[in-house]
Design a protein. Structure first.
Length: 577
């Protein structure tokens, strides 16, 4: 086998290298819809291009015939894989049944068989010869009937796939038009080169089709990296996004809608907000503009259409490209109208029950006091014990009712905060004496490290007192004798962090995620009503803070909460000054 050098081989090798790189990248994303036929298409293109490069580099006729036969593996594969890719990409996968896929392989296999047996029937190449062009030995051949049948078959598949892509290009949201355009360019560039040479529209012995693959490979690479061809495809969009009951809207940096799913169209279609006369789209744009500097946000909005009012949970998230630069925003609207109605009904029921319970409990407490006062000296020890049990039980029930009422008020925002600049060590000093007695009764060490130099916190002292009582009381309750409970606090530029740690048995991992939910209690005998930590969470969040727990079994637990520093704290005198 003799070889000849030609510069024409260089772009062919570049096209083959691009195609093989795309095969590798498609393999890494092979779970995406359309990734497998895309990978097979690029592999066939690489084989076709390399086969042609080797035919150009060969100088004797038997070698050129051999490499022409080799490259037909890619030639017969490209049209079929192209059609399969476009069918999957444009959501026509129902056509790709097992029977249809088998039928699609018949013509390529028959053509390939005819190529490798051409010397016996000449149905592919009728006459093959060498022609000298600029000292290069070039392939020249006249074609048989089977070649023209395969050419018509290939053009039909290319045109059919391109038609499907053109439909998608015209109908798809802007987000997917770049993808479809990249695929169209990738198909039409080599097809145009093939038409020019096959029908002798330009005088050339060079097959321009593989050179068109250079353009096709670059277009496919552009679609893969710039438009995320195998990461976000319309098939996945329809299956996932269009079928969602939540509204999904994609905005660009100018707050223009570039994609919207059917649920969002229903939500925003001709809706107005009360008497303001604003469209729903305008309301959403205002939500965006109010959060231009936020990386993520979560809020609720109410939209109305006539007398019907709907409540929505609105989440706004940034969209960024691979270089972490902002390219737009994602809006997700979830209808919470029924949830809101159920919550209002639950709150109404809670308020009714609590108020109805408080009156008889107060009456019972007063009655027990009246019963105890004149006859306290005449009661038998057993009667006195039963009276004490009744009084203790009523006190517990009253405390529970009050806790439920406080939690309900905090949830609905009906418990106003009376904020003021307060020194944290003053708050802790007011809580510790009573807790120290409980700790001493259990044989525990109660330690406190609250620097007097901490800045003032901007809080409702009464509510934070109760938070400290709850957390320190729980730590004492669940720590066995001989253990230790510690209260610590540190500050940074904008907030103060308070931690209450114990050396108790710790909190099971399965309980930690539910610990701040209502009526969540452990299995220990000391467990309470399950409202104390809920109250703490609501109070801290009402102060724009947060609370969490860290615990490992047998290694105790640490509850930490954050409080904001008072803006005027630096102007106030420190304690003791």
């Amino acid at each position: 086998m003799n070889w000849q050098y030609t510069l024409y081989v260089i772009p062919l090798l570049i096209a083959a290298a691009i195609s093989l790189s795309l095969v590798f990248l498609a393999w890494r994303r092979r779970s995406a819809p359309g990734a497998v036929p895309f990978m097979l298409l690029m592999l066939a293109v690489a084989e076709w291009t390399l086969g042609y490069a080797l035919r150009l580099s060969s100088s004797d006729l038997p070698a050129k015939i051999f490499w022409s036969q080799v490259r037909y593996v890619g030639i017969v594969t490209v049209p079929t894989t192209w059609l399969v890719l476009t069918l999957r990409y444009t959501d026509r996968e129902k056509w790709l049944t097992r029977r249809n896929l088998i039928l699609l392989t018949i013509e390529p296999l028959v053509t390939l068989l005819l190529v490798w047996t051409n010397e016996f029937h000449h149905l592919i190449w009728d006459e093959i010869r060498l022609e000298t062009v600029d000292s290069l030995q070039m392939w020249s051949a006249t074609h048989g009937v089977a070649f023209w049948i395969h050419t018509a078959y290939s053009y039909l598949f290319i045109l059919l796939g391109s038609f499907f892509l053109l439909q998608m290009l015209l109908r798809s949201p802007q987000l997917y038009r770049g993808q479809a355009a990249a695929l169209l360019v990738g198909a039409l560039a080599p097809a145009a080169g093939n038409v020019l040479v096959t029908f002798n529209l330009i005088p050339s012995l060079l097959d321009l089709t593989p050179f068109g693959f250079t353009i096709a490979g670059l277009a496919a690479a552009w679609g893969l990296f710039h438009f995320r061809l195998l990461d976000i495809v319309p098939v996945a969009r329809r299956i996932i996004v269009d079928s969602m009951s939540d509204g999904v809207i994609v905005l660009d940096l100018q707050n223009r809608i570039v994609d919207i799913n059917p649920a969002a169209r229903r939500i925003t279609s001709r809706l107005t907000s009360g008497t303001l006369g604003q469209t729903a789209a305008q309301i959403l744009i205002e939500q965006i503009e109010n959060r231009q500097d936020a990386t993520d946000s979560h809020s609720g909005i109410t939209l109305s259409e006539g007398s019907v009012r709907r409540h929505y949970d609105l989440r706004i998230s940034p969209l960024k490209n691979q270089r972490r630069q902002p390219v737009g925003r994602l809006l997700v609207l979830r209808d919470v109208t029924e949830e809101r109605l159920l919550e209002e009904m639950r709150q109404d029921l809670t308020h009714t029950m609590v108020h109805d319970l408080r009156n008889p409990l107060t009456t019972l407490s007063m009655s027990l006091g009246l019963l105890d006062a004149p006859h306290s000296n005449n009661l038998l020890p057993k009667q006195r014990a039963m009276l004490e049990i009744a009084r203790t039980t009523i006190e517990k029930m009253t405390k529970l009712v009050n806790n439920i009422l406080d939690v309900s008020r905090l949830e609905s925002g009906l418990l106003p905060l009376e904020r003021a600049p307060v020194l944290l060590d003053d708050l802790v000093d007011g809580v510790l004496p009573a807790q120290a007695i409980l700790a001493a009764q259990k044989g525990l060490r109660l330690e406190c490290d609250i620097p007097s130099t901490l800045p003032h916190v901007w809080v409702d002292a009464r509510l934070i007192d109760r938070v400290l009582e709850n957390l320190i009381g729980n730590a004492i309750k669940f720590t066995p004798a001989g253990g230790r409970v510690e209260v610590l606090a540190v500050a940074d530029s904008s907030e103060v962090s308070v931690s209450i740690s114990d050396t108790g048995p710790g909190i099971p991992p399965e309980l930690q995620s539910r610990l701040f939910q209502k009526f969540t209690t452990g299995e220990r005998e000391e467990s309470g009503s399950g409202l104390g930590l809920v109250f703490c969470k609501l109070v801290i969040e009402a102060h724009d803070g947060r609370i969490w727990v860290e615990s490992e079994p047998a290694h105790g637990a640490t509850f930490t909460f954050i409080l904001p520093i008072a803006q005027t704290g630096e102007h106030l005198a420190k304690k003791g000054e």
